[in-house]
Design a protein around this ligand. Sequence first.
Ligand SMILES: *[C@@H]1O[C@H](CO)[C@@H](O)[C@H](O)[C@H]1NC(C)=O
Ligand SMILES: *[C@@H]1O[C@H](CO)[C@@H](O)[C@H](O)[C@H]1NC(C)=O
Ligand SMILES: *[C@@H]1O[C@H](CO)[C@@H](O)[C@H](O)[C@H]1NC(C)=O
Ligand SMILES: *[C@@H]1O[C@H](CO)[C@@H](O)[C@H](O)[C@H]1NC(C)=O
Length: 217
Amino acid sequence: MLSWAVVLLALTMVAMATSPRRTALLDDAEVLATRDDSYRLPETIVPVHYDLQLHPNLEGDFRFNGTVAITLRADHPTVNITFHTSDIDVVEDSVSVTAISKAESALKVTAQTGDEERSFYTVTLDSPLAAKEEYILKMDYHGYHRTTTRGFYRSSYLDRNNNTVWLATTHFEPIGARKAFPCFDEPALKATFNISIAAPKGLHAISNMPASSTELE
Ligand SMILES: *[C@@H]1O[C@H](CO)[C@@H](O)[C@H](O)[C@H]1NC(C)=O
Ligand SMILES: *[C@@H]1O[C@H](CO)[C@@H](O)[C@H](O)[C@H]1NC(C)=O
Ligand SMILES: *[C@@H]1O[C@H](CO)[C@@H](O)[C@H](O)[C@H]1NC(C)=O
Ligand SMILES: *[C@@H]1O[C@H](CO)[C@@H](O)[C@H](O)[C@H]1NC(C)=O
């Protein structure tokens, strides 16, 4: 008995000693526990409203797509718009920023930078956003219905013929929303949402708010 205990302990210590300190990304609990302010978004930009369109994909690679249009304003002039994405591929060519008062002319985007460690994505403009003016930041993106219960994740059950039936569910708190769509995923940055979801025939979409309209394509 005693020799077994010793062997097990030794193995554990080897595993701890050889596991690299910081190759893995922080998990949710670690991000929340960190007191490092560099994990907070810059306070310059305030989101006002999200228009979100989701196309779930409950087959094959479970890669879904979406389009988000975020109405936002800057507290002071800035060329950088930094928001959260995690496990999301932004379609770079689709990113646009337009002032609501000048909807016909988009601002020029000069760079897009992802920071995986902090779940940041930064869109850089060639001229600064004016303070107090409202802008729309719009982009297409792809995400994944993973089996980890965060973001827009998937789970399954067996039907009466023992076939696997998939469903996609959201779990956003505390930091899962950034896995479902690009957003300013901080408790102080609340905004309104209009969400549309494309449900293939035979599937239902259920929300915690009543549907305002439904159309068939
Ligand atoms: C998203 O997926 C749907 C269904 O596959 C497709 O019709 C649509 O064009 C896709 N949109 C984008 C932006 O990729
Ligand atoms: C804008 O963001 C980029 C990428 O994160 C960074 O390198 C740059 O220093 C930022 N510029 C300003 C003015 O904050
Ligand atoms: C479904 O699987 C269970 C457990 O394996 C089995 O007992 C049951 O007979 C199966 N039902 C059908 C319809 O195949
Ligand atoms: C959100 O949707 C509602 C219902 O369709 C609509 O009345 C409202 O104007 C929309 N809000 C925005 C900001 O688009």
